[in-house]
Design a protein around this ligand. Structure first.
Ligand code: DO4
Ligand code: MG
Length: 284
């Protein structure tokens, strides 16, 4: 079961996606207002399947996708894959031992990534900071966490990152990670019951420049050094999420050090069982 948000002439609407057809669903009939409300409802799976549709259905590629977020905070875990540990140790002489230690430490790295207005949906733009020279997308499985702290769904996250800023000094991490249009999310969320078995989920990154693929890489959730539930447990220690949250779970794909994103590049992230999130890069 897939649920999402689209832009319509009357404003944002919540939709259900079946095969390649998108239908607006009637939340008001059950006293709900937003996708976030539905995602935290105790009867989410049943309601999502049974809510009546409103208006005409549309083809999947004919709608204007919004990120599937309302008021949730977006957090991210880091150095959860070996590839992220080695890439970070290369980029930062000063902090190499921090990345090395956090990869095996009991406490994971978890940082605040974005507010809803900094997130872009499928087809939207993701940004390179004006003051950054070395930038990459980070393709990550994103957990959708309900108000009560349960993983209720999954989506795709793009943790846009400025490697020169982070590499210069680890204290600059918030500036390397959090700025306008720093996070791609979507295209929709897939409810937990509809996801494939975790160890079989592949994550693929493809970057196109002037129509030509300039980078391709892949990993698998099986390569992750942490359990998803442990990441959620650490995130929620003395840290309430009254609206629920999104948690990006770290990247296992980092292009070689010679690669940097450029304005107009198109970033495609595909995660098995979810779909493909595509965003165009902007700068300045
Ligand atoms: O330590 C910096 C951030 C790591 C990160 O974002 C990742 O591993 O995905
Ligand atoms: Mg990341």
């Amino acid at each position: 079961m897939r649920l999402g948000r689209i832009q319509t002439q009357n404003g944002p609407a919540v939709v259900r996606i079946a095969d390649n057809v998108v239908s607006q669903i009637d939340l008001v009939s059950v006293g709900l207002a937003t996708l976030q409300d539905l995602l935290s409802h105790p009867d989410l799976e049943k309601l999502a399947a049974s809510l009546p549709t409103i208006g005409k259905s549309q083809a999947i590629d004919a709608v204007d996708w919004l990120p599937p977020i309302d008021q949730q905070e977006v957090w991210a875990a880091g150095v959860t894959y070996k590839r992220s540990q080695t890439a970070r140790m290369e980029e930062s002489e000063a902090a190499a031992s921090c990345y090395d230690r956090v990869y095996t430490a009991a406490r994971p790295e978890i940082f605040f990534k974005a507010t809803p207005h900094r997130c872009s949906g499928h087809g939207g733009a993701v940004r390179i900071r004006k003051d950054a020279t070395w930038n990459v997308p980070e393709p990550e499985l994103a957990l959708v966490i309900s108000r009560s702290g349960k993983i209720v769904a999954y989506t795709i996250g793009n943790d846009m990152s400025s490697r020169d800023i982070e590499g210069d000094n680890p204290l600059y991490l918030p500036q390397a990670k959090l700025y306008n249009q720093c996070c791609g999310l979507g295209p929709w969320v897939v409810l937990a019951s509809s996801m494939p078995e975790r160890s079989t989920i592949g994550i693929h990154l493809s970057i196109h420049r002037s129509g030509v693929e300039v980078f391709a890489g892949k990993t698998s959730v099986a390569e992750m050094a942490r359990k998803l539930e442990d990441l959620v447990e650490w995130l929620l220690k003395d840290n309430d999420m009254p609206n629920g949250a999104f948690l990006l779970t770290g990247t296992g794909v980092v292009p070689d050090s010679s690669f940097t994103l450029a304005a107009k590049d198109v970033v495609h992230i595909t995660i098995d069982g979810i779909g493909t999130l595509s965003n165009t890069v902007v700068q300045g």
